[in-house]
Structures are given as C-alpha cells and as structure tokens.
Write a protein that binds this ligand. Structure first.
Ligand code: NAP
Length: 490
C-alpha cells in the first residue's frame, strides 16, 4: 500500500499492544498513516506474553516460525523458546520500530461508540478520543477462568492462577497441587516436578501428548544466522514447519483424513513408549480423539509425571479445604501451593468493553448467540471496525503471528477506499456474514474439534468456534477482500 496524503489524516485507533497491536502499529506507519494511537490497558506491551510468567512457560510453536515475517531473530535460544524470551522479542521490536511512540499505556478502553460517522472512545481513566477506524487487537485468552470448585477461598496456603503468577510465592521443597492439564498445566508440571517436595497433578480429562524436541541453538548456529540473512529467512520459512501446518490443518478440517490417522498414531505410540506403569498409562489415555482438544506439544511431560516427587490424581475434586484438596475418594491431599491452570474465558474477546455500532447496536447483542465475524475480521453494523485474531480465526498448533499478518494484509486493503476518500464508511453486509457463518458452521461439524470432547475451542452450544477449513483456504481468503461483501457509504 502506498502512502497517500489522506493516510495522514485518517485517524486510526488500535486496541491492545500485544503481538497483533504491535504489528498494526508497524504496518500502519509503513503505509503512511501518521494519525495512529494504540491504547493499552497495561504499562508494558506484549499481551499474553506479558501476562503469563508461570514457571515453565514455553512457546510450543518453533521459535523461528513464531516471529514477524519482517523481523527475523537469529538469537532464539531454543527451538521452543521460554516465554520471557518471546516477551523480550516483542519489547525489542516495539523499540526498534518506535511503536512505543504510538502507545498510550495504562489506558483501558471501556467504551467505543459509533456516532455520526466516527468512533468515540472512552478509557477507564476518563480519557476521550475519536477515530475514523478502530482495529481491535485485544487477543483471545486474557480473562482467566477460575474453576467453580467449592472451598477455593478457604485455602490457607498460596492459591495462584497460571496467568496471574505471584513470584514471591516460594515453590522449592513445597507441596504443590496443579489443577488442569491443558498446554499450561502440562508445562507447569514439567517445570515443578523436580522442585516440589511433592507435586500432585489433578487431571479431570486426560490429554494426548505430541512428542517434540527442544534443542538449544549453539552459539555457532546463531552466529551463522546473524551472518547470513538468507539462511535466517530460510529458517523462518522452514518448509517442514509449513508442511506440518498444512498437514495439521487438513487433519483438523477432516477428522477422517489420513493426516489425522497419522497424528493419532504418533500420540498413541508416544504414550505406549513413554509411560512404563500400565495403571498410570491407562489413567493418561484419553477417551476421545487426538487434536479434539488443542494438542499438547511436550518434550518431557511423561517423564515429569513419572518423577518420584510427582503423582497424577484422577479422582475428581470434591472441595478445597484450608489444608489442601479433598478428592471424591475421601482423600485429603495436603498442599502448600495450589496452581489453577484452568484456562480462560475464550469467548470474551474485547469485552467487557462496550462497543456500540450503528443505530445503537451493541456488540453484546450482535454476539448474543455466539461471537462471530465475517472471515473473522468484520461485523455488520460496525463500520470501519476490524479485528485481528477475532472470533472464528484459525487457532491450533501454529503461529498466530502469521494469522495476524494475513489478516492485516486484508484489513489494509479495506482501509484504502477510506484513505483515498472513495468512501467514509465501510461495513460488511449481514448477507455476507450469514453466508460465511452458514458454511462455517456446516464445516465446523466435520472438524476434529467437534468429534466429542470439551475444550475452549467450542462455543456455548458446543460448536467449534474456530476457522474450520485448512490453512491454505485461510491464506487465500485473506489475499483480497470481495468488495461486494461490503457496503461503502460516502
Ligand atoms: P485449557 O486448555 O482451557 O485447560 C484448562 C484445564 O483446566 C483443563 O485441563 C480443564 O479440564 C481444567 N479445569 C478447568 N476447570 C476445572 C475444574 N473445575 N476442575 C478440574 N479441572 C478443571 O487452558 P490452558 O492450559 O491455560 O491453555 C489455554 C490455551 O492457551 C491453550 O490451548 C493454548 O492455545 C494457549 N497456550 C499456549 C501455550 C504455548 O506454548 N503456545 C502455552 C500455554 C497455553 P478439562 O479438560 O476436563 O476441561
């Protein structure tokens, strides 16, 4: 996109300075938009990587694929980098591209209303602003879900949610209980099994585990990447990784595909090979299909749970008491620390912010049945309002940075008629959303996510809430907007 004089005048507000918001800031500037602000509720950028600091936090997507396409990083320490290193990458990128000049920190937008052709914004601190365009880059997993276990508040030890870590809580030599075995709970167990005097892992539903290696990059490897940009680019666009993404998304989209059978064979073999005790092996064996829940990629969970300090608890939790966790078999597991790795409210997106579109239409009303958006990007009655990683976006075991970059490419094209003055408002039509949703819901039923398990991928009606086709289809859909899906107003 070429900067035009009006790019300077179009006022664009981005919500959130996480991975997608930083991307927007960089790309808007590059395209010549100078009247841009990014509102961020916290005092630092980084989104999910700023919020999550639990022990063992690791990016389970290969590091060189988990980078902006325009900002490769020769210095990744590992194939799967620690969370703090990912946060550092985003903070460095913000500084390098001077995105911090655009960010208004500690400003949580609470209301965003479309009045007389402009978005009127209000923050918690009472700041007011107006914009022609709003781009919500507010992320998905940022409202911690606390389990409805009786007695939670009575616990007299330390109670932590994985996304609200308190680093002053001592862990070494302590009796630690971890509730939940999603990607987070499993990483916590791997990190803490050796440090705890006793670690109890409370598992409600078993998980399939994909084996993965996590080698460190040697100094010589890193130097070679620093010295040779072409090599670094090849590393970033690794063909094996991309082939895996296509294979994985093809498998997800068609639960009966040979690609899915191959994934199932790998995780089954991993369980058989890695867990010696037949009783424990059966406790760890899920009764649903692989990848129905987000696949856990772990190099060491099975070793960690077989560590002498660790124990898997599969009896349901009855209640939490002042001293620990009481399970339904009547056993009290005495603990010093309880960690809730119980996930997030994945259906909130930018809410609780009040978003009011044309004719007073609220986002809560638009999403009363389920959060949705045309191609995950735009909502009818919400002119000039776009989303990155919004509802029905692709999610799974691949880089959401690449997802956001593809979506940005699409949104950038929707901004063109606004910046050129061809129109003042661009809004997706209800007919376009209805057609998309009908096809999406039909396809969603054939995905592995809908094959009979519970997960955050499902909406309140149990329908997979994600992109139900393969990644190639997503990339193609993001290449260019079909303008007849949009209504343009002068
Ligand atoms: P999650 O996948 O939603 O898992 C929540 C866990 O808590 C489940 O095991 C669930 O059990 C359990 N749980 C919830 N309520 C419970 C209750 N009342 N009693 C007992 N157990 C309960 O959450 P997450 O592990 O935080 O992961 C969320 C997402 O974050 C991941 O899927 C992934 O997208 C992202 N993530 C990514 C990385 C990465 O490396 N890229 C790392 C961590 C997280 P049930 O299965 O029985 O419901």
């Amino acid at each position: 996109m070429h900067p035009t004089p009006s790019n300077r005048h179009l006022r664009v507000v981005v919500l959130g300075a996480g991975m997608s918001g930083i991307l927007c800031g960089i790309k808007l500037r590059e395209a010549g938009y100078t009247n841009v602000s990014i509102y961020e509720k916290a005092s630092r950028p980084g989104g999910t990587w700023r919020e999550n600091t639990y022990p063992g936090l690791t990016c389970d997507v290969p590091s060189h694929a988990y980078t902006y396409s325009f900002e490769p990083n020769p210095d990744w320490s590992h194939q799967l980098p620690p969370g703090a290193e990912v946060q550092d990458y985003f903070e460095r990128t913000v500084k390098k591209y001077k995105v911090d000049e655009l960010i208004r920190f500690d400003q949580e937008v609470t209301r965003c209303e479309f009045v007389d052709g402009r978005w009127h914004l209000e923050t918690k601190n009472g700041l007011r602003d107006e914009a022609d365009v709003v781009i919500a880059a507010t992320g998905v997993l940022h409202h911690p879900r606390y389990p409805d276990i009786p007695g939670l508040k009575t616990f007299e030890g330390s109670l932590l949610h994985s996304a609200r870590w308190d680093h002053s809580v001592a862990l070494d030599g302590k009796r630690i209980g971890i509730v939940g075995n999603g990607s987070t709970g499993v990483q916590l167990v791997s990190a803490l099994a050796r440090r705890a005097s006793k670690l109890k892992h409370f598992q409600r539903t078993a998980q399939w585990i994909m084996p993965v290696e996590n080698p460190a990059f040697t100094e010589a490897q890193k130097q070679a990447l620093r010295d040779d940009p072409a090599l670094l680019k090849r590393m970033q666009n690794d063909e094996t990784y991309m082939a895996n993404v296509e294979r994985f998304t093809t498998a997800v989209a068609n639960a009966e595909s040979p690609e899915m059978a191959a994934i199932e064979a790998i995780v089954r073999e991993n369980l058989e090979r890695s867990v010696q005790d037949p009783v424990l092996r059966e406790q760890l064996r899920p009764n649903y299909r692989a990848a129905c829940k987000r696949l856990i990629f772990s190099p060491d969970y099975y070793q960690a749970i077989q560590h002498p300090n660790a124990a898997l608890v599969t009896d349901g939790i009855e209640t939490i008491t002042p001293n620990g966790v009481l399970t339904r078999d009547g056993k009290l597991h005495e603990l010093d620390v309880i960690v809730l790795a119980s996930g997030f409210h994945a259906d909130r997106f930018m809410r609780p912010m009040q978003v009011i579109g044309r004719h007073g239409k609220s986002l809560n009303d638009a999403w009363a049945k389920r959060p949705n958006a045309y191609l995950a990007v735009a909502i009818p009655q919400f002119p000039n309002f776009f989303m990155l990683n919004g509802p029905t976006s692709p999610v799974g075991n691949f880089s959401l940075i690449d997802v956001a970059e593809n979506q940005w490419g699409y949104i950038a094209q929707l901004l063109e008629p606004l910046s050129s003055g061809e129109c003042r408002e661009i809004t997706v039509t209800q007919a376009a959303l209805d057609e998309y949703e009908q096809a999406r819901l039909a396809a969603a039923k054939n995905t592995i996510f809908g094959s009979g398990c519970n997960s955050w991928y499902l909406d309140a009606e149990g329908v997979p809430a994600t992109w139900p086709w393969n990644y190639e289809r997503f990339r193609n859909a993001m290449k260019a907007p079909k303008l007849d899906a949009f209504e343009m107003r002068k």
